[in-house]
Write a protein that binds this ligand. Sequence first.
Ligand code: UT7
Length: 328
Amino acid sequence: MSSSMSFARIVGTGSALPPKLVTNDDLAADMATRQIETSDQWIVERTGIRQRYIAERGFKTSTLATQAAQRALADAGVDASEVDLIILATSTPDFVFPSTACLVQANLGNKGAAAFDVQAVCSGFVYALTTAECFIRAGKARCALVIGAEVFSSILDWNDRGTCVLFGDGAGAVVLKGSDTPGILASELHADGSQTHILAAAGNVAYGQVTGDPFLRMDGQAVFKQAVTVLDRSARSVVAQAGLTLADLDWMIPHQANLRILTFLARKLDVPLEKVVITVDQHANTSAASVPLALDVARRDGRVQAGQLVLLQGVGGGFTWGSVLVRM
Ligand code: UT7
């Protein structure tokens, strides 16, 4: 690797959604058959979510991840054989093992790249992107595929109205390449393992059966408060690391969990809401997929343009959070 290639740059993006669109009204009608009450009005007022895409039973995370990866490679004009690192963030892997990253590698026809999964729930993509950047800057990789992909519907309790209305399925991917001009300007990752209880799917497969609770459980208000606090702090920190100010940002792409979180965050940071990419209304919360999915949508519809300064932020179970400041 040439010594001048000391930075990492995003050179392509892609995303994928399962075919089935489920509106709030669809969901309310389905839940009503089980005597569970919800409404489009409640969901929109509390979350801003209007619809989500839900995979059919048996549909695999690796399938969505492969589609997103293929679109990112095509966008970058990079052949799968050039990729020497695949990092995939998910909390809904196809299997206990092998990693979903290895399954995607096989689907892409790549041989020999290092491939592994990252588990940081809704912060997963930001964790994976930062990890890939470190590989590239250390000269250990030249061309990385970084993917966030989830079939989150598979770990939802469809009888728990406090959680099941909030999430959806999807995938997003970026191609990250060594570059002599900076793409990623600054990043930071954090976790607080004392907060595991506020958001968890505390089950596992062991001794031939499911042990513990296989469904996502959440203390919504605790997560809400933590999310706004850590995203605010982390945004200020990475922007300062890069010697820039919040006013320099062209776009913020925080984890798409809830429109109220995005609105609070923008207000705390004094960033106009017009500079926040919002896709949670369309996709709901797709966990590790939410940030790369929103980035790809915003690039393809012309919002995010080459040369712009974009802040990517993740937050979620663990408790985990992190930010990556990118020059596109
Ligand atoms: O990646 C991070 C993922 N986590 C998040 O993004 C969660 C962050 N938290 C939140 O977004 C919000 O806390 C929620 C949207 C989850 C909940 O909003 P809230 O304003 O904190 O509502 P709440 O939990 O205080 O519930 C208010 C009421 C309750 O009824 P009572 O006790 O006042 O009679 C709930 O039972 O709303 C009820 N409720 C619902 N009603 C209709 C809860 N879920 C629903 C529902 N439809 N789906």
